[in-house]
Design a protein around this ligand. Structure first.
Ligand code: TPP
Ligand code: SF4
Length: 286
């Protein structure tokens, strides 16, 4: 059975026009075109508007605490490597409260796909600045404008050694689907930072603001080579009048689970020892 939208059947808590809708549509389209059955998919979120994504798609899901989507995602993948583990959560969740996990997940290189719905603010809590808010961004929380240096997620990921680092925009849905497919198929940690307007609380980085600035690396930069780390870093630093979209950096490398010889032929959950432990554990709930 494929991962069918639930939001077409039930009401959502997102504002009309929110950038979360095209991301959800793109995710569903991606899973369908990759023909991944719903029982093999786990969508993990933290807390926030983006983190509601698992509620609107028919697949296994885990809703974690704010900033804590990556630890359970790691545990799920460790326990059952046959599952496709996809994290859908916000920029505040991923880079602020979850910043520590972001850093160490990259170092670990576990096979997880991380889709960050980056609206450059905290949406759920009504528009405070987030780690990706630009300098000078005025919010109720920062009435004189943001003074903290923004975190550049792509530069951070590339410099820490992530092997798949990409940026997309919700206004380019076909491109988003294409990149999502590559990210899910990548063996290792894959980051896709998705620029997403928040129509209610971010009146600066609007759909039009992004539309005017974004450009596709594959279309506009002749012979862009995503395996060249220095070019990737140069592109990752580009932000302002021009914002590049696409796979900025790509490198094939050993993923975390590849280091464990005993997991070569079967998942941890399939080992007889684990089966006995699970049986004992489940008895406690009977
Ligand atoms: C540890 C902790 N800190 C703060 C909060 C309050 N909180 C809930 S959601 C949120 C911001 C969400 O922003 P983001 O992750 O960018 O997602 P968005 O809502 O914009 O999609 C905050 C600060 C919380 N629930 N837990
Ligand atoms: S507040 Fe912003 S991020 Fe949240 S649902 Fe509304 S438009 Fe989307």
């Amino acid at each position: 059975m494929s991962c069918v939208h639930k939001y077409k059947q039930y009401e959502t808590a997102w504002c009309p026009g929110c950038g979360n809708f095209p991301i959800l549509d793109a995710l569903q389209e991606t899973l369908e075109s990759l023909a991944i059955p719903q029982h093999q998919v786990v969508i993990v979120g933290g807390i926030g508007q983006a983190a509601k994504t698992p509620q609107y798609i028919n697949a296994n899901s885990f809703e974690s605490l704010h900033g804590r989507a990556l630890p359970p995602a790691t545990a799920i993948k460790m326990a059952n490597q046959n599952l496709k583990v996809i994290v859908n959560t916000g920029d505040g969740d991923s880079y602020g409260e979850g910043g520590n996990h972001f850093i160490h997940n990259i170092r670990r290189n576990i096979d997880i796909t991380h889709f960050v719905h980056d609206n450059q603010i905290y949406g759920l809590t009504k528009g405070q600045s987030s780690p990706t808010s630009d300098l000078g961004h005025v919010t109720d929380f920062t009435p004189k404008g943001v003074i903290n240096q923004p975190l550049n997620p792509l530069v951070t990921a590339i410099s820490l050694g992530a092997g798949f680092v990409a940026r997309c925009f919700t206004g380019e849905k076909e491109h988003l689907v294409e990149i999502m497919k590559h990210a899910i198929e990548y063996k290792g940690y894959a980051l896709v930072d998705i620029l997403q307007p928040c129509v209610s609380f971010n009146k600066i980085n609007t759909f039009g603001w992004y539309k005017k600035r974004v450009y596709r690396l594959d279309k506009e930069t002749a012979k862009y080579d995503p395996t060249n780390k220095m070019s990737a870093l140069e592109k990752a630093y580009e932000w302002g009048d021009k914002i590049p979209l696409g796979i900025l950096y790509y490198e094939e490398k050993k993923s975390y689970l590849d280091h464990f010889e005993f997991l070569k032929d079967h998942a941890l959950i399939e080992t007889s020892h684990q089966k006995e432990m699970i049986k004992t554990f489940m008895k406690e709930f009977q």
